[in-house]
Design a protein around this ligand. Structure first.
Ligand code: BG6
Ligand code: MG
Length: 217
C-alpha cells in the first residue's frame, strides 16, 4: 500500500539558511544608533517574529517608549535596509548543512514540502539561492498578516499543499514557531537549543542532524 502523502513545512531563517544572524546584526546596528546593544537573550526572542513585533522587542530591550507609529515604521524600514544590504549577495555557502538533503529525502518519501516563513524576503532568498524548486509551496511574510506564534503561516502552507494539518510536520528554530505549529495541530521538529525548544516533539542540535531523523511523523 502506498504511504499517505504528508507535508513538511520549513521555517527559513535559521533552518534553511543562516540568516538569523543578519536579522540580529541589523537590529543591533539600529539599537546601536539609539544608544544601546542587544544581547543574545534578545536575539532568541527575535527569532520567528515579524518585523514590527521584533521592533517592539528591541525598543523594550532599550527601555525606549513613547514612539509614534510613523517613527516605528521608519525604524523598521531602516533595519530592513541594513538587512537587505547584508543579503544582497547571499550565496549557497549560507545554506545550513543538511537541510537541502533532508528536504530531498522527504520528497523521495512522498512528502510535499513548503516554506513557512515570517520574512517578507523569504521567497526572494530562495530564488537567490536557486532552491525554490525544492518547495511545492512557498508562503512568506507577504502572504500572511498574523505573526507566529499564530499558526496562520502554517495553515496557509498546509492548505496550499492540500494536506490536513495533523499530517504536517514543521521544522523550526524559534520558540514562537514551535508554539505556532502546535497551535495549528501540527508536529514540530526543533533545531537548536533544547531549553528554548523544549516544547517541540523532537529537538536536534543543528541542521546537520536532520537527515538522521527517522521519519516517525
Ligand atoms: C523571521 C525571522 O523568519 O522573519 C525574524 O526569524 C524576522 O527574525 C522575521 O524578523 C521577519 O522578517 P522580515 O525580513 O520580513 O523583516
Ligand atoms: Mg527561524
Amino acid at each position: 500500500m502506498e504511504q499517505k502523502t504528508k507535508g513538511a513545512i520549513f521555517d527559513l531563517d535559521g533552518v534553511v539558511v543562516d540568516t538569523a544572524k543578519y536579522h540580529y546584526l541589523a537590529w543591533d546596528r539600529l539599537a546601536g544608533e539609539m544608544g544601546f546593544r542587544l544581547d543574545s537573550s534578545v536575539n532568541e526572542r527575535l527569532k520567528g517574529v515579524s518585523r514590527m513585533d521584533s521592533l517592539e522587542i528591541v525598543l523594550q530591550a532599550g527601555g525606549i517608549g513613547g514612539i509614534s507609529q510613523e517613527e516605528k515604521l521608519r525604524l523598521a524600514q531602516r533595519k530592513n535596509g541594513y538587512y537587505q544590504e547584508m543579503i544582497k549577495e547571499i550565496s549557497p555557502s549560507e545554506l545550513l548543512p543538511g537541510t537541502v538533503e533532508f528536504i530531498k529525502k522527504l520528497k523521495e518519501r512522498n512528502y510535499k514540502t513548503a516554506l513557512g516563513s515570517a520574512s517578507k524576503s523569504g521567497g526572494l532568498i530562495l530564488k537567490r539561492l536557486g532552491i525554490i524548486s525544492l518547495f511545492d509551496v512557498v508562503v512568506d511574510g507577504n502572504q500572511v498578516s498574523r505573526a507566529k506564534p499564530d499558526p496562520e503561516v502554517f495553515f496557509t502552507a498546509a492548505d496550499r499543499m492540500g494536506i490536513p494539518y495533523e499530517d504536517c510536520v514543521v521544522i523550526e528554530d524559534a520558540g514562537a514557531g514551535v508554539r505556532a505549529a502546535h497551535a495549528g495541530g501540527m508536529k514540530c521538529i526543533g533545531v537548536g537549543d533544547r531549553d528554548v525548544l523544549a516544547e517541540a516533539d523532537l529537538v536536534v542540535e543543528n541542521t546537520a542532524e536532520l537527515s538522521q531523523i527517522e521519519l516517525i511523523f
